[in-house]
Write a protein that binds this ligand. Structure first.
Ligand code: ZN
Length: 199
């Protein structure tokens, strides 16, 4: 069954080894921040640094692995109709909106939404890792390292699928940052597929 994450909000749920999480952009140009923790030990979480290091590239897509801070494969990307995501930037937060956008009364952002959604598992704000930012389009200048956040390349109905390689707690958002979503906040859809349901 397809679930809907309302604009500028987030959810958390458990995913068992072998299940596949499908993240769908229902309208196009919307980012979803994805974090994952090992259900057996919540101090084990996805690691941008290790995943990028072991892949020897910063843009991950179908066939690539998302490693934990303990160098175990937590998820494998098994389908990707967009082919461009970000694994460099931290979830947007009240600090993001204060520092980058200059907002006086900032939204809590993905970081706040993830913290609230993951609270029932006892996961606190300091445990939120760099998210795998599904559909986020960050342009990198290979010479200077300068980054630019551009509108996502995703169109309505695009999706990416992540197979759980261990039992996980997942946090997932419809991102709250203007730049990331071409200045319009939209929902994100997702569904959990059992192994025999994966097309
Ligand atoms: Zn965000």
């Amino acid at each position: 069954m397809t679930q809907c994450i309302a604009p500028r909000s987030g959810v958390a749920f458990e995913l068992s080894q072998g299940q596949v999480l499908e993240v769908i952009d229902p309208q196009g140009e919307q980012v979803a921040d994805l974090v994952a923790f090992s259900r057996d030990d919540l101090n084990e979480a996805i690691s941008s640094g290790r995943s990028i290091d072991y892949a020897s590239k910063i843009f991950l897509t179908t066939g690539d692995s998302i490693y934990s801070n303990r160098s175990r494969v937590m998820m494998t990307i098994v389908a990707d109709t967009v082919g461009r995501h970000d694994f460099l930037l931290t979830p947007c937060s009240a600090d993001t909106f204060r520092i980058i956008y200059g907002h006086d009364h900032p939204h809590r952002g993905c970081h706040g939404n993830l913290t609230a959604a993951l609270e029932p598992w006892g996961i606190g704000p300091d445990q939120i890792p760099v998210a795998f930012n599904v559909f986020m389009h960050v342009e990198v200048n290979g010479q200077t390292g300068e980054l630019r956040v551009l509108p996502p390349k995703s169109n309505a109905g695009d999706h990416a699928r992540f197979r759980a390689e261990m039992d996980l707690v997942i946090g997932l958002t419809a991102c709250s940052a203007e730049q990331s979503n071409n200045h319009s906040f939209k929902p994100i859809h997702y569904r959990v597929l059992n192994a025999h349901e994966v097309p």
